[in-house]
Design a protein around this ligand. Structure first.
Ligand code: XMP
Length: 327
C-alpha cells in the first residue's frame, strides 16, 4: 500500500466543521480498506488510541475489537474510564485484560530504569499478542500513529513501531486513520467524535506509566502511594483552574524514608515529591510556581490521606538540568 502523507496544503483542523469533514472522509476510507474484516486495537485510554477507537467504532462498529491492558501502572480511575466510555457509552467490542499481578510480579526487584521500561514494553506486547492469538479473523491492526511520529521517525529521533512491535506471525495490515494529523488536530477530532474533554485534553502520560514515578524497584504499597497522591494532585489542580493550563503535573514517591510524627507517634515514611512543569516542546521546561496557600493545602491532603507519606516536597528544578520524569 502506498504511504499516506499529509498534503503540504492541508488546512489545519481547528473547527468542528473541519473535524467532521475529516471524520467523514476517514470513515469512507476505513470502510474501503477494511471491508467486512476485523480490526484489532490496543486501547490505552490515551488521546491517540482513544480517538482512533472512536473513529473506527463509527466506521465499522463491532468489526473493531479493542483490547485494554491494565498493567497496574495506570492512574487512578483510568481503566474504569475506558470501560465506561467505550464499552458502556459507545458500545465497543472491548476486551479488558487484568494483567496487574503479571506485570507487578515481573517488575518485583527490578531497579534499573531502562530494564523496567524494557520489561513493561515487552510484557505489554506479550499480553496483547496472546489476546490477538485467541481471536479469529483479525486481518488489520489499528494504530494511533500521528504525523509527528512519522516526521520524528524519518528524522531518526524516534523508532516508529510498525505493527506495534508484534511477533511476525501476527502479520496485520495497519489502519492508521489519524496518521496525517498533528496532536492539536487529533484533540479537535476527538471532541467532535464525542469523547469526554478530560480524555481528549489530558496531560501527557508516559507509556511506562506510574512505573517511572515509583523510582527503583516497584512495590505495591509505594505504587499505591504514587497513585493516590497523583489523584489528589489532579483533583486539586482541576479545582484550582490549573488543569489544561499547566503542561504536566504529577507526584513521585522515591524509595527512601524519613522520620516524622503521625498521630503523636514517631513515623518513618516516604516523602512525596510534586512536579509541575510548563513547556512547548518538552526539550526545555520551566517550573510552575504554585500559590503558597495552595501548596499548604496539597501538603495537608497528601500527608493525611495517603498511606505511607509523612512529608511533601516540591521540585523547583527546570529542564535542563533535570528531566521531567525521575527515571
Ligand atoms: P523527560 O523525562 O525525558 O520527559 O524530560 C519528556 C516527556 O516525555 C515523557 N516521557 C515518556 N513518554 N515513554 C513515554 O511514552 C517514556 O518512557 C517516557 N519517558 C518520559 C515525559 O512524561 C515528558 O512528557
Amino acid at each position: 500500500m502506498a504511504e499516506i502523507r499529509r498534503p503540504d496544503d492541508m488546512v489545519r483542523i481547528t473547527t468542528p466543521e473541519l473535524a467532521q469533514a475529516f471524520i467523514d472522509e476517514q470513515i469512507a476510507l476505513v470502510k474501503e480498506q477494511v471491508g467486512d474484516k476485523k480490526v484489532l486495537l490496543a486501547l490505552s485510554g490515551g488521546v491517540d488510541s482513544s480517538v482512533v477507537a472512536a473513529l473506527l467504532i463509527k466506521a465499522i462498529g463491532d468489526q473493531l475489537v479493542c483490547v485494554h491492558v491494565n498493567h497496574g501502572l495506570l492512574r487512578k480511575g483510568e481503566p474504569e474510564q475506558v470501560i465506561q466510555v467505550f464499552r458502556n457509552e459507545m458500545n465497543a467490542n472491548l476486551i479488558y485484560v487484568d494483567a496487574v499481578d503479571r506485570f507487578l510480579d515481573l517488575l518485583a526487584g527490578v531497579t534499573d530504569p531502562e530494564q523496567k521500561r524494557h520489561n513493561i514494553g515487552e510484557e505489554f506486547i506479550n499480553v496483547f499478542a496472546e489476546e490477538a492469538r485467541k481471536l479469529d479473523g483479525i486481518e488489520f491492526l489499528g494504530q494511533g500513529t500521528i504525523w509527528p511520529d512519522i516526521l520524528e521517525s524519518e528524522a531518526g529521533i524516534k523508532a516508529h513501531h510498525n505493527a506495534g512491535g508484534l511477533p511476525e506471525d501476527l502479520n496485520f495490515e495497519l489502519v492508521e486513520p489519524v496518521r496525517i494529523l498533528f496532536k492539536d488536530e487529533v484533540r479537535v477530532v476527538g471532541e467532535q467524535l464525542g469523547l469526554p474533554a478530560g480524555m481528549v485534553y489530558r496531560q501527557p502520560f508516559p507509556g511506562p506509566g506510574l512505573g517511572v514515578r515509583c523510582p527503583g524497584a516497584i512495590t505495591r504499597d509505594r505504587l499505591e502511594a504514587v497513585r493516590e497522591s497523583d489523584a489528589i494532585l489532579r483533583e486539586e489542580f482541576a479545582k484550582h483552574g490549573l488543569e489544561g493550563k499547566v503542561w504536566q503535573y504529577f507526584t513521585v514517591v522515591p524509595d527512601f524514608k524519613s522520620t516524622g510524627v503521625t498521630n503523636g507517634q514517631r513515623s518513618f515514611e516516604w516523602p512525596c515529591i510534586i512536579r509541575a512543569i510548563n513547556t512547548t516542546d518538552v526539550v526545555e521546561c520551566s517550573v510552575e510556581h504554585l500559590d503558597p496557600a495552595f501548596m499548604d493545602h496539597l501538603v495537608q491532603r497528601i500527608t493525611t490521606e495517603v498511606d505511607g507519606i509523612n512529608r511533601v516536597l516540591y521540585d523547583f528544578t527546570p529542564k535542563p538540568p533535570a528531566t521531567v520524569e525521575y527515571e
